[in-house]
Design a protein around this ligand. Structure first.
Ligand code: MN
Length: 484
């Protein structure tokens, strides 16, 4: 979206006369302007003329569906708006919806309140009429309750708006796969046709040779510019510095990054997958390139994992306007000492440096898998703090999102581990959290984020029309199993 905008739609009717409708429009404009100016909402909020009849709902919805910059719609009933007038239009809505249950006045003017005030400020029952109809027609929507001027209300609208950006970004999105998914693996496979029908994005396969020929076309000038950038951003080990014995591996890594980004941009792809089983013509696994491109907002999944590549891209959209902190992740190994249980998350190479604490180190080490030259990689520790770990899986007859609320902790020194890593504790506790994850069918690949909350994942699943399983501090194994 070049200029994303949420539409602010107010419902009313002609019963009250033109003076009341003029006041409704004025109040709505003021609310839309305040939401638009809010730092918590990362897009414009545009006032739309007050709805008083069925034809204007139909027109509004057709316009919204057809506007590439319309991120979604906020609905609010300032007065009572008989809901049958909304059926024809809302049944056609193909954009994310939020029902803001608010009121223009924060306080009731008890000393002066009269029937004029009562008739103008009827959201308490007008919004119930709307909510009933939304439920009746199965409208997928977020409900936010509270005064529009309050920061928690604006933050809730902003979070939904970020999720809506991601949903819009998926519609018509394309993801490229260099090679197929890892042989014999179940969870990275799935139905790409169903994904396009349900989730909106398409997944295309390419031979890795297409990438190899793009690499050959990268100019020495482009490589030199990249190497300078790496020198500014990362601490290079001596072997990779100017004059270092393995500087040519860094040049090769730069060529991979430039070629992959060029390949994706030229064809309109928003993310990609690689696999160590299909690297013919490449000197090293392009893990550093994946790290770099994730940091630029591209989706990525290793071993051909197109679902996680798409999920990561969506999360990158959701953190629009925030300090980025989202990565492809794999639950790799456990610390199982009683009372200290935690997960060590990492991958062969491909962890996004936006989750790093401090300046990443650019290193080169052997890789036991893939039978290629030693790959360069960024090595760092993920910062401590609350985070989420999310999986998107194909259950054959439907897709499922599952999110675990986790707490990243400061990792102890691991001087012999030559990859980026994160250490976290799972909620509600190690045994129950992991039992639920396994019972729910969650993958080992995830999108890990400091910015995407559990509620945002739930909202995203709702927009996608998928079920979403949550494992957080309130989860018990029993309640989770009943939910399954
Ligand atoms: Mn993996």
């Amino acid at each position: 979206m070049s200029q994303p905008a949420v539409w602010f739609v107010t419902g009313s009717q002609h019963l009250y006369g033109p003076a009341v409708l003029a006041q409704v429009a004025e109040d709505s404009q003021q609310i839309a302007a305040a939401l638009s100016a809010s730092n918590s909402i990362p897009m414009e909020v545009v006032f739309k003329p007050v709805i008083t009849d069925a034809d204007s709902v139909r027109k509004l919805v057709l316009d919204a569906n057809g506007d590439p910059n319309c991120t979604g719609l906020i609905f609010w009933m300032h007065t009572f708006s008989p809901a049958k007038m909304w059926i024809g239009g809302l049944s056609q809505l193909h954009k994310p919806a939020l029902h803001l249950h608010t009121q223009f006045n924060e306080s009731l003017p008890f000393a002066t309140i009269d029937m004029d005030f009562m008739n103008l400020n009827q959201a308490a029952h007008g919004d119930r009429e709307a909510g009933h109809l939304h439920t009746r027609i199965g409208l997928k929507r977020k409900v936010v309750v509270g005064h529009w001027g309050q920061s928690k209300v604006q933050e809730a609208i902003g979070s939904w708006g970020r999720v809506a950006l991601a949903w819009n970004d998926w519609q018509g999105a394309k993801f490229a796969r260099f090679g197929d998914n890892m042989r014999m693996v179940s969870v990275t496979d799935g139905d790409k046709v169903s994904a396009e029908i349900q989730l909106g994005f398409t997944v295309d396969g390419f031979g890795v040779g297409d990438l190899v020929s793009e690499m050959a076309a990268v100019s020495p000038t482009e490589v030199a510019a990249k190497l300078e950038e790496y020198g500014d951003l990362y601490d290079l080990v001596p072997e990779l510095q100017i004059g270092g014995a393995r500087r040519s591996s860094l040049e090769d890594g730069a060529r991979q990054e430039i070629a992959i980004q060029g390949f994706l941009d030229a064809r309109g792809y928003k993310g990609f997958t690689t696999t160590f089983e299909d690297l013919h013509g490449l000197d090293q696994l392009p893990g550093f390139a994946a790290q770099r491109l994730m940091a630029k907002g591209y989706g990525f999944g290793a071993e051909g994992d197109w679902k996680t590549a798409a999920l990561l891209r969506a999360f990158k959209q959701m953190e629009s306007g925030l300090i980025p902190g989202t990565s492809f992740m794999e639950d790799y190994t456990y610390h199982m000492v009683e009372g200290e249980e935690c997960v060590l998350g990492a991958h062969m190479l491909e962890i996004c440096p936006t989750i790093a604490m401090g300046k990443p180190k650019l290193e080169i080490h052997p890789l036991g898998i893939g039978g290629k030259a030693d790959p360069i990689r960024l090595v760092f520790e993920a910062r401590p703090g609350p985070a989420t770990n999310t999986t998107l899986i194909d259950l054959g007859d439907r897709f499922r999102f599952m999110v675990n609320s986790v707490t990243a902790i400061a990792p102890p020194p691991m001087p012999h581990l030559p990859v980026a890593r994160a250490l976290w504790e799972v909620k509600p506790n190690f045994a129950d959290g992991l039992a639920c994850w396994i019972l729910g069918g969650g993958a080992h690949h995830t999108a890990y984020s400091y910015n995407v909350s559990v509620e945002m994942v739930e909202d995203f699943a709702m927009m996608c029309g998928c079920d979403c399983l949550v494992i957080d501090e309130e989860t018990t194994r029993k309640s989770f199993q009943r939910r399954l």
